[in-house]
Ligand binder design. Structure first.
Ligand SMILES: NC(=O)c1ccc[n+]([C@@H]2O[C@H](COP(=O)([O-])OP(=O)(O)OC[C@H]3O[C@@H](n4cnc5c(N)ncnc54)[C@H](O)[C@@H]3O)[C@@H](O)[C@H]2O)c1
Length: 334
């Protein structure tokens, strides 16, 4: 059974997407059992697509898609995207497989690079054979510790190529370069959203995997110390999952997005200390906020310039930080 909050949120997304673009389309979603991938599976099934969710379950969870298992339009395949050979014709590929959490990718740097490099290469070849549209989940991390904030797509980035985050940053930068090469050399229809911190129900909360948002919520709900790195003045811009998924769907649907690299995110910049304080307030937690040394190469500020996305597909975030955070806390507390 699908959760009530998620179900209401799905209806909200559905209202903004034209059904006919996706109905009867066969869509491959890599990383389909993950946070964003599983939301895409749900929305596309609702819009009448046939969905193949591919996931190696390295961080994804079958419980994110179990409720779809009896649906004839849905198929789950457990496989590494790098080794996947698809025999079925697909119309769209939403390539979301990746290692998104800093703790997770720093523990598995080689797999992280392989998924971005070999995995994206495999998906580009599959898209070419099928004449399919390929949307690839890139990241704000390609900008590294940006000097221009809000950051536009024209900014080239300031990334440490051999630092602890490079397996993720440089992996995604390689994948972007690879897809631009496929676009130029073969005319492949690639679309590259750079996603800025997305959050909401199904974001994994547990220990090693937890990202700041989910880690703080879990710590607050269990009255453990909320662990802030540095002085907490570093910023992030948190985009609620319905806004992220709507933007991804609009980019997939709109031919004007062909060969484009586009930021997706919320423009409300929040310090990590503000996030910790807000989470404590909403959960009415007795947790103390504890400060730990800042990890190496952690970006100081992160906020997108979303002018390009607004012009291209007429998208603006719809869910405020307060509203999204309250929904997420409600979902986690269940
Ligand atoms: N959530 C965010 O804020 C955010 C921000 C920027 C970019 N992204 C990108 O969006 C994508 C989805 O992120 P998410 O937040 O849903 O993370 P997630 O970890 O919940 O989902 C990623 C999924 O990919 C799967 N996976 C990883 N390597 C794989 C492989 N080699 N073969 C098959 N499956 C594999 C994992 O098991 C997981 O289910 C990722 O590529 C991530 O880098 C996410």
């Amino acid at each position: 059974m699908i959760d009530k909050i998620i179900s209401e949120d799905m209806d909200r997304i559905k209202k903004t997407i034209k059904k006919d673009v996706f109905s009867d389309k066969k869509v491959l979603i890599t990383g389909g059992a993950g946070f964003i991938g599983s939301w895409l599976c749900d929305v596309l099934i609702k819009l009448g697509s046939q969905v193949i969710a591919l996931d190696d379950l390295s961080t994804g969870r079958t419980k994110n898609v179990d409720h779809l298992s009896k649906n004839k339009a849905f198929k789950f395949i457990k496989s590494d995207v790098c080794a996947f050979e698809n025999k079925e014709k697909v119309d769209l590929i939403l390539h979301m497989a990746g290692h998104a959490s800093p703790d997770e990718y720093q523990t598995h740097p080689i797999e992280t690079l392989q998924t971005s490099a070999s995995g994206t290469f495999a998906m580009a070849e599959l898209a070419r054979k099928n004449d399919a549209v390929l949307l690839f989940a890139s990241t704000s991390e390609v900008y590294g510790d940006a000097e221009i904030v809000p950051t536009p797509e024209t900014y080239w980035g300031r990334v440490n190529p051999i630092g602890p985050r490079s397996c993720y940053d440089e992996g995604k930068r390689f994948a972007e370069a690879l897809l631009m090469a496929y676009s130029k050399q073969y005319g492949l229809d690639v679309r590259v959203p750079r996603i800025f911190n997305s959050y909401g129900p199904r974001l994994r909360e547990d220990g090693l995997y937890g990202r700041a948002m989910s880690r703080f919520i879990l710590q607050a709900l269990t009255n453990q110390s909320i662990t802030v790195y540095g002085d907490g003045k570093q910023t992030r811009s948190f985009c609620y999952i319905t806004d992220t998924v709507t933007a991804l769907m609009l980019l997939t649907a709109n031919p004007k997005a062909k060969s484009e690299v586009v930021n997706i995110g919320n423009t409300q910049e929040v310090t990590i200390l503000d996030l910790a304080t807000k989470v404590k307030e909403i959960t009415k937690s007795k947790s103390q906020i504890e400060f730990y040394p800042m990890p190496k190469d952690d970006p100081k500020r992160r906020c997108p310039n979303i002018g390009k996305l607004e012009t291209l597909v007429g998208w603006k975030p719809d869910v405020s930080f307060e509203e999204g955070l309250k929904k997420t806390v409600t979902w986690f507390s269940k």
